[in-house]
Each structure stands twice: as structure tokens, then as C-alpha cells.
Design a protein around this ligand. Structure first.
Ligand SMILES: Cc1cc2nc3c(=O)[nH]c(=O)nc-3n(C[C@H](O)[C@H](O)[C@H](O)COP(=O)(O)OP(=O)(O)OC[C@H]3O[C@@H](n4cnc5c(N)ncnc54)[C@H](O)[C@@H]3O)c2cc1C
Length: 291
């Protein structure tokens, strides 16, 4: 009975590659795109009761899916109910499925400063909060006031910033779903903010491969340095494994070409990491989340 309810909410054997920036990897056994919190809660609770593992897919810009795919339920928050943005004075509330680019544009248009430097980072608000995305100008975690989360059993909780920790490309937001976040920004002049955003965008575009190039960040910058400088010093740029290459033009980005596989990505990351460790004694951490 419960199994029938579950199957009515999901699709089976859905290829995940088209949902990711690298466009690599196998299928999800079950895939759901709930229309709102209630339907999300239903599918999560049923999966939890049946012991089915669950993962949340954002924009897929930091994900590597193995060829075997994921033997569980993948949920994507791509319905309008998860993409709402609302303003109250200097606070902005946004759904976890909101495109980060939409959030940035909306805040700048409202004359609110604090996220304009995140322009050009692909993905969703949920993905950005999960990995504390940011630039040299700062991380998204710095402006988080509170977050509404769904636990693995479907229970919804609200957490305040003082109960959260954010560090370089990490957050303590490890409950199942980031449903919504409230960000505290600063009032500023919309025209001035638009100019700042445009400047950040020009710089960002010049430093990253833009779609349709299939790309992903390879390594997290280590303390006191950058992964791209280390890769450069070790002669790793241009290194390749089958159809996957460490970009020559955009250091620290992986580029997937025709025939690329997740095994090749993993092998290339390992070779580059070993090279940097042998030559520079620094152990680089993979930036990509591997499923
Ligand atoms: C060209 C390019 C440029 C980039 N530039 C930057 C940059 O400047 N700075 C930077 O920090 N990163 C950068 N990234 C990496 C990437 O864009 C970020 O990590 C982004 O925040 C990932 O968001 P996403 O929605 O795509 O997450 P996904 O890749 O879909 O998922 C990443 C992780 O977040 C989790 N997740 C996603 N949504 C939710 C949710 N609602 N609730 C709970 N968990 C969730 C997933 O389960 C997964 O573990 C770049 C990537 C590319 C390809």
C-alpha cells in the first residue's frame, strides 16, 4: 500500500547525467519533482519508512554521478513553490530551489547588498548553502539569518544562524533538505549595486568556462593558497584521462569532452592530487560531491 503511494510520486530509472553540468553518470532508481512542501514531505516520509536512501539534486553544477547511478531516491526542487523570493525590509527569504542567479538579480534590483559578488556562480540557493559557495569577496554563509530544513524522516525544523557554522566551502547544513533560507542584507543604491554586479560578472566570466562547456571545479583551495596555482606549478594543467581534461585556459576546472566517464573524472582527480602532493606536499580536497 505504502509502496503504491510512493510509486505514484516518483519516476523510475531516470538518467541523472542531463541534470548535471558535467553530463556524466548513470540513472537514479527513483526520481521525484514534488510540487510543494506537502508532497515533498510525503515522498520523503515514505522513502524513509521503506529505508530508501535519498539525495537532493540542486542545479547539478557540483555533482559527479557514478556510472552505476544512485540506487535510491533523488529529489529535485524545481517547482515554483521552492523558488519563491520575498522581501521584508533588509531581509530576503528564498526557496532552496531558487537559482542563485535569480536571487542575486532580485536583491540587486531591490537595492540590497550582500550577494552581488555571487553573480556567475551556477546552481541553486540550496546547493550554495550546502557547500557555502562564495568568492574572494565572501561566502553566502556570511549573510544567512536562518534556514528552514527538512529532516530525513520528513520533519521540518527552523534553525538560526547562531546554531549554524560555515567555513571554506563547507556548512553544517547537513539535514536532508534546505527548504528555505532567510538572508540579512544591507540597503544600498540599486544603480550602484547593478554596476558592482556587472563588474563582478565580467571578472567571473573571464575566469571560468561558461556553458555549453561541460565543466566543474576540481579542488577546494587549500589554506593560504589556491588549487589553480598549485596545479600550475606542478604542470598539471592540460592533464587528461580519456575524455576528461584539466583545463589549460581555466585552471582548477575539469572539462568533460565526448566520451567522458565518471571513472575518468575520478582517475584524473586522483592523479592530479597525487602529483601536487608529491611535488608540493599539499593534499588537495575534491570540490565535487560524488554520488
Ligand atoms: C563554471 C562554474 C563556476 C563555479 N564557480 C563557483 C564559485 O565561484 N564559487 C563556488 O563556491 N562554487 C562555484 N562553483 C561550484 C558550484 O556552482 C557550487 O558548488 C554551487 O553552489 C552548487 O549548487 P547546485 O545547486 O548546482 O548544487 P548541486 O551540484 O546540485 O549539489 C551539490 C550538493 O548540494 C546539495 N544540495 C543541493 N541543493 C540542496 C538542497 N536544497 N538541500 C540540501 N542539499 C542540497 C546536493 O545534495 C549536493 O550534495 C562553480 C561551478 C561551475 C561549473
Amino acid at each position: 500500500m505504502a509502496q503504491n503511494s510512493f510509486l505514484s510520486l516518483v519516476r523510475e530509472n531516470v538518467p541523472l547525467a542531463p541534470f548535471t553540468r558535467l553530463q556524466i553518470g548513470g540513472p537514479a532508481k527513483y526520481f521525484a519533482e514534488p510540487s510543494d512542501d506537502t508532497q515533498l514531505q510525503e515522498v520523503v516520509s515514505l522513502a524513509y519508512a521503506d529505508g530508501i536512501p535519498i539525495r537532493i539534486l540542486g542545479g547539478g553544477s557540483n555533482l559527479l554521478i557514478r556510472e552505476s547511478g544512485f540506487d535510491g531516491l533523488v529529489v529535485q526542487l524545481n517547482s515554483p513553490a521552492f523558488e519563491r523570493i520575498s522581501f521584508e525590509d533588509h531581509l530576503v527569504r528564498c526557496g532552496g530551489g531558487t537559482r542563485l542567479s535569480h536571487l542575486v538579480t532580485a536583491c540587486v534590483g531591490h537595492g540590497l547588498a550582500g550577494v552581488e559578488h555571487l553573480v556567475g556562480i551556477p546552481g541553486t540557493v540550496g546547493g550554495a548553502l550546502h557547500g557555502n559557495s562564495g568568492t574572494d569577496e565572501g561566502d553566502i554563509g556570511q549573510v544567512v539569518r536562518s534556514a528552514r530544513l527538512m529532516k530525513r524522516d520528513g520533519q521540518v525544523v527552523q534553525v538560526q544562524s547562531q546554531d549554524l557554522t560555515f567555513s571554506h566551502r563547507r556548512s553544517s547544513l547537513d539535514e536532508l533538505v534546505i527548504l528555505e533560507a532567510s538572508l540579512a542584507l544591507k540597503k544600498d543604491d540599486a544603480a550602484r549595486l547593478t554596476k558592482r554586479e556587472q563588474t563582478f560578472w565580467i571578472v567571473k566570466r573571464s575566469k571560468q568556462p561558461n556553458a555549453p562547456i561541460r565543466s566543474a571545479i576540481a579542488f577546494v583551495d587549500p589554506d593560504g593558497g589556491t588549487a589553480s596555482a598549485l596545479l600550475h606549478q606542478c604542470g598539471a594543467l592540460g592533464m587528461y584521462e580519456g575524455g576528461v581534461q584539466l583545463s589549460m585556459a581555466y585552471p582548477n576546472y575539469l572539462v568533460a569532452n565526448e566520451g567522458a566517464t565518471s571513472d575518468q573524472v575520478l582517475a584524473l582527480l586522483e592523479r592530479a592530487r597525487d602529483l601536487v602532493y608529491d611535488r608540493q606536499g599539499v593534499k588537495l580536497q575534491t570540490h565535487l560531491v560524488v554520488w
